[in-house]
Design a protein around this ligand. Structure first.
Ligand code: TXE
Length: 497
């Protein structure tokens, strides 16, 4: 720390290693423009150094060879250390992301839960034994750690997304080279420091900060990395998949979304209004599974929308460090400009602006990174605000008359990360759940997640899963050990003399 500005080198082999470039990336708080952090501006050589360390730690270090119980004990200690530093971690997360402090605190609780759940998985990792292969065979199907995992993490949930990956990889016995976003690297570095303190051996978690084109790409291209776990944009995700073909490494990609939120007339409408707001405005709308498309039954639409607009206007936009702030600053000005551009396009394309938009902001919004919670009605499926991931607090509303129409509208984007349905009719809830082309379906709830529940996409929202048993297994490789008992019957009938 220099004054109030945090300055970090890379975290490699349990040590703070200066960048080969000698340069640092400055991060300013998007809500105030105050300089808050400096991160090492990594080079491909820095990435290689970290990969070599992670490779050695995997090939000959203690971590993959340790018992699951021992790995679990260390992960539980890490969870406790994060608990002790929760307030500091939450504050740095808010300073770098612009998200409301109450959400950063929730993110840290989420990290703790994910690590503790992964510790449980470390204890019970096991394979299968086939004893039904006849008298002369027994086979073991073993789950081994996949190897060195390259993790590419975005800026919207820096600590939480890192913890959707890292503890699961560690529980399986993998080693890690992670690249956090160049905007939000502090919490990843701090959690890795705490992991060393908890007893994770040096070299098991390595963090190289810097830009995607240099550090991220070097990790993806390196033959010593066995698996890439990527979360980010569809465009970069496609590049990562294409690049990984050269070294034929395993890839899991969690990309963007444009989730549908279907409200039927028989829903608990107060719940559905609150859920609609949470679904789209949570985390400033910078959420991959944001339910940014409200698809509402025509018969209740006018009344529902009237209340929705009235309540949305009461949301507090402002300083993210204030406890009562609902919507803080977006990640950076260029991103805020993109979100504002979508609002302009929505108006130009004929959608009806009901709330927010480009009106003037409260005084405490000191930078250009703030956007009011915005609602558009009468959005047609071909409009860009219906189709594109805006990644800001912008809701589009489309109406339906029949359940089939609702399903058709909900499925008519190229994304498939999540969807929500609000109804008191179990048959409708089940039909919609079955028909949604999305990795998660929420029924009478929204945004909820749990360490136990796998998360990931259909269609262009990606493939592979994080969290839950399915997410854990992504970090393992399956090996079959086929054992013959006693002398074999010869296959070739050859005279052996
Ligand atoms: O993403 P990028 P950006 C969406 C959202 C947002 C848009 C652009 O719509 O507006 O993406 O955001 C690293 N090889 N999501 O530009 O570029 C990069 O440094 C390897 C949805 O920030 O995908 C960062 O660490 N890595 C999403 C990470 O990839 C590379 C969350 C994500 O950045 C790389 C974030 C390369 N060639 C944005 N280039 C979600 N699914 O939650 C960049 N990176």
């Amino acid at each position: 720390m220099i004054g109030t500005v945090r300055e970090y080198n890379h975290f490699i082999g349990g040590e703070w290693v200066p960048p080969g470039s000698g340069k640092f990336i400055e991060r300013r708080n998007p809500a105030t423009w105050q300089l808050v952090s400096r991160f090492a501006d990594g080079t491909p050589e820095d990435a290689k150094r970290a990969i070599t360390v992670a490779r050695q730690a995997f090939d000959s270090g203690p971590w993959p060879r340790m018992s699951g119980m021992d790995r679990a004990r260390i992960l539980f200690r890490l969870a406790d250390l994060i608990r002790n530093e929760k307030e500091q971690l939450a504050k740095m997360e808010t300073e770098e992301t612009g998200k409301p402090i109450k959400l950063s605190r929730g993110d840290m609780d989420g990290c703790i839960g994910l690590i503790e759940y992964a510790a449980g998985l470390a204890q019970q990792l096991h394979g299968e034994c086939y004893s039904n292969l006849g008298e002369r065979h027994t086979a073991l199907v073993i789950r081994e750690p996949v190897g060195v995992v390259g993790m590419i993490v975005p800026w919207n949930f820096p600590a939480l997304i890192f913890c959707q990956k890292m503890p699961f990889a560690l529980a399986a016995g993998c080693t890690v080279v992670a690249k956090p976003s160049e905007f939000t690297s502090s919490s990843t570095l701090e959690i890795s420091r705490l992991a060393l303190k908890a007893g994770v051996p040096a070299g098991v978690i390595n963090i190289v900060t810097g830009y995607g084109a240099q550090v991220g790409q070097a990790i993806v291209d390196d033959p010593d990395v066995d698996f890439i776990s990527f979360t980010g944009s569809t465009v970069t995700g496609k590049r990562v998949i294409a690049s990984s073909a050269d070294t034929l490494k395993k890839v899991s990609v969690e990309l963007g979304g444009k989730s549908a939120n279907i409200v039927f007339a028989d829903a608990d409408l107060d719940d559905a209004i609150d859920g609609t707001m949470l679904g789209v405005f949570f985390n400033n709308g910078e959420t991959c599974c944001a339910c940014s498309r409200l698809i509402i039954e025509d018969s209740i639409a006018d009344k529902f929308i009237e209340k929705l607009v009235e309540r949305t206007r009461q949301l507090k936009v402002g300083n993210p460090l204030n406890l009562d702030t609902d919507i803080g600053a977006l990640i950076h000005e260029k991103h805020a400009d993109k979100v504002k551009g979508f609002i302009k396009t929505g108006q130009e394309q004929g959608a009806k602006l009901l709330a927010g938009g480009l009106k003037s902001l409260p005084d405490e919004c000191q930078t250009e990174c703030f956007v009011l919670p915005t609602i558009f009605d009468h959005v047609k499926t071909e409009m860009s605000i219906f189709q594109e991931e805006i990644f800001g607090p912008v809701l589009s509303i489309t109406r339906f008359k029949t359940i089939n129409e609702a399903i058709r509208i909900a499925n008519s984007t190229r994304y498939g990360l999540a969807s929500a349905v609000w109804t008191k009719n179990i048959d409708k809830a089940m039909v919609v759940s079955r028909e949604m082309k999305s990795g998660t379906v929420w029924v009478n709830t929204v945004i909820d997640g749990s360490a136990q529940l796998p998360f990931g996409g259909y269609k262009t929202s990606g493939f592979g899963r994080e969290m839950g048993q399915a997410g854990f297994e992504e970090f393992t490789e399956v090996k079959t050990v086929n054992i013959h008992i006693g002398k074999r019957e010869p296959f070739y009938n050859i005279d052996k003399n």
